[in-house]
Ligand binder design. Structure first.
Ligand code: TSX
Ligand code: MN
Length: 603
């Protein structure tokens, strides 16, 4: 049986690859996606008919759907994520490595006939604005309709991606299967997947391909996001002198109408999406959202660093999202949104922990069970998600589709630290900033394994997402700083919204009040104000931080910028110990930065 490619694409390599994959996976039929709204609606209807999707009350949440996954398929599986470089050392000490030939054999075995009885969907997609030199085309082959409709929201998919690809353009082949073939006439489970130890999330950094098996969830299955736009793109970026980063991008406009763009990187559970869509409390300051998760950055001819957001939607964590924490996200998800693993209300809307002050009396939980207020179990899974179009965000940046990207003036690193890290400071220079990224860590919030408060090192918030040796990645950052002169390089900052007092109470109001920090960063970018040198970096002078109307006590302000020298001695030991795992791949520049920090603290 052949496939009719006419009216779709005459790209010969693409056609050959699709035929090859069809012969391997043996699906009952093949659907070549065009990315039209009509196709999306048909797919959603099919998911509804199959009982996978439930259409939400159109008066509450038009065009939106609720679904729940298998309880063993709720998050990324880092232990089953592989970087299959030729040499083990090129995957580095923070990744799981497997020999590419061996892994290919395993994959050919598990993919053989894996789509029997199912339809195979071919999804061409573009990461980045159509027509941008920075964009990358991928083609995902999947047997999951859920993946297809999520890719419709998260990427620029279908005909427009194929046109951009042309007859002979390069694309990243992305193979995906839930790994549950069907007998003739068999219906199968509503969320098919394999047990964790049979899942494979595999990257071939040399040939730039992705194979994902056994999971239908998020980062495991929507291969344009973590797999392509971070792991594979980080390798391409290293090879070609650009950066693929786990960063939000926001535009910040001053009351005078001046605009600067800021990129920021935080480990999970630090509120990256909240910052990307922040509503400033400072009068006259405005923010718009270019992206909430991934930034691709490259120096322009003018020597400035330009960033694009490769995505087209937000795949955000639902719990904790509310009109208080992120009103713009709440407005974004008011319609045309897919909700996965949240709770369902009796009137056909969605709910999750932290959404409203009042908990509903009765819900259907993410485990599909009747749920009463006061129950010990969570109604929504802590990693439950919304998939929603970026264009619906009330403050979405007009620059999202600009193929040139936006010029980045500042890069922010941050983590969740109850003490030690002050509210904000600026790096002395690019190499010092690179060290701040490399030394990034965050206290864990997940209650799962009794690990609350334990420090997790997460360099550049890229620990699970770097497609090569993390030590070489540090070196790449150092080398990027040599591509331009200091006056054009973005300034680098470190922030910490999560400082606590001796009673475990947060002492910084955070959220919209973080605009005060953004204002200081903005003014530092063109040296409108001076700073105070400290051993950690350049801190704000008290009079330069706009704290108008906050009523912070003098003691609180002191705590926000206190430098605990003995605490930092311990911290340095921890960083040194962590860095030792990179052995001779740890750049000398990073070692020097650690030594310089030690010296400054001892002065
Ligand atoms: O996202 C957060 N941000 C950044 C916002 C732009 N969160 C949520 C983190 C979990 C995803 C925060 N939590 C922030 C923050 O700045 N700060 C805090 C800690 C905090 C929590 C509550 C209060 C103050 C600080 N205050 C009251 O609840 C009244
Ligand atoms: Mn992320």
């Amino acid at each position: 049986m052949s496939i009719d490619f006419s009216n779709w694409s005459n790209h010969k390599n693409l056609q050959n690859w699709i035929l090859e994959m069809k012969n391997l996976c043996k699906p009952e039929s093949v659907h070549l996606c065009d990315g039209s709204k009509q196709e999306f609606d048909t797919f959603c209807k099919r998911l509804e008919d199959e009982g996978v999707f439930k259409r939400l009350n159109p008066e509450k949440r038009p065009g939106s759907f609720w679904c729940v996954s298998d309880s063993n398929d709720v998050a990324r599986v880092e232990d089953r994520t592989f970087i299959c470089s030729e040499k083990e050392v090129d995957a580095g000490p923070t990744n799981h490595w497997c020999d590419p030939k061996e892994m290919k054999q395993t994959l050919l075995k598990v993919f053989d006939g894996c789509m029997e009885g199912r339809e195979m969907y071919v999804i061409p997609f573009c990461m980045g604005p159509i027509g941008s030199k920075l964009s990358i085309i991928g083609v995902e082959i999947t047997d999951s309709l859920y993946v297809a409709v999520n890719m419709f929201i998260m990427t620029r998919m279908g005909q427009k991606a194929l046109e951009f690809l042309g007859q002979s353009g390069e694309f990243v082949p992305c193979m995906h299967s839930v790994g549950v073939p069907l007998e003739k006439g068999e219906k199968g489970p509503s969320w098919p997947c394999q047990p964790t130890d049979k899942k494979y999330i595999v990257h071939f950094p040399q040939e730039k391909s992705i194979w994902s098996y056994g999971s239908g969830y998020g980062g495991n299955a929507l291969l344009g996001k973590k797999c392509l736009a971070l792991r594979i793109a980080s390798v391409l970026a290293k090879e070609n002198g650009w950066l693929a980063e786990h960063m939000l991008i926001l535009g910040l406009t001053s009351p005078e109408g001046e605009k600067k763009y800021i990129a920021a990187s935080f480990p999970s559970a630090c509120g990256k999406t909240n910052l990307a869509m922040i509503t400033p409390t400072l009068p006259g300051w405005k923010v718009d959202c270019v992206g909430d998760d991934i930034a691709w950055m490259k120096f322009g001819k003018d020597g400035k660093l330009y960033a694009i957001n490769p995505e087209n939607g937000y795949f955000g964590v639902a719990p904790g999202t509310s009109m208080q924490s992120n009103p713009n996200a709440m407005k974004t998800i008011a319609k045309n949104t897919i909700f996965t693993n949240v709770a369902l209300t009796d009137d056909g809307d969605v709910w999750w922990e932290g959404m409203t002050k009042e908990t509903p009396e009765h819900l259907l939980s993410w485990t599909n069970k009747s749920w009463d207020k006061g129950s010990q179990e969570k109604a929504a899974h802590p990693n439950s998600r919304f998939t929603t179009p970026a264009k619906q965000c009330p403050i979405v940046s007009q620059e999202m589709d600009n193929p040139e990207g936006v010029p980045i003036s500042a890069i922010i690193f941050g983590g969740r630290r109850a003490s030690l890290e002050p509210l904000v400071y600026e790096a002395f220079d690019w190499n010092h900033g690179t060290f701040l990224g490399a030394a990034l860590s965050s206290e864990m919030t997940a209650a799962a394994k009794g690990t609350i408060g334990k420090l997790r090192h997460d360099p550049f918030a890229m620990l699970p997402f770097c497609g090569y040796n993390m030590g070489d990645y540090f070196k790449h950052w150092i080398e990027m700083g040599q591509q331009s002169d200091a006056s054009n390089l973005p300034k680098i900052f470190h922030v910490n919204w999560f400082i606590k007092d001796e009673n475990e109470k947060f002492i910084w109001p955070g959220f919209g009040e973080n605009s005060r920090i953004l204002k200081w960063i903005f003014q530092r970018c063109d040296h409108k104000i001076e700073s105070l040198d400290t051993p950690l970096g350049k801190c704000p002078k008290v009079e330069d931080l706009d704290l108008n109307g906050l009523n912070l006590s003098k003691e609180t302000l002191e705590k926000l910028f206190h430098i605990d020298k003995s605490g930092w001695e311990e911290e340095i030991k921890g960083i040194e110990e962590y860095f030792s795992k990179f052995k001779d791949h740890l750049p000398n520049e990073i070692k020097d930065q650690l030594e310089n920090l030690r010296k400054r603290l001892n002065q």
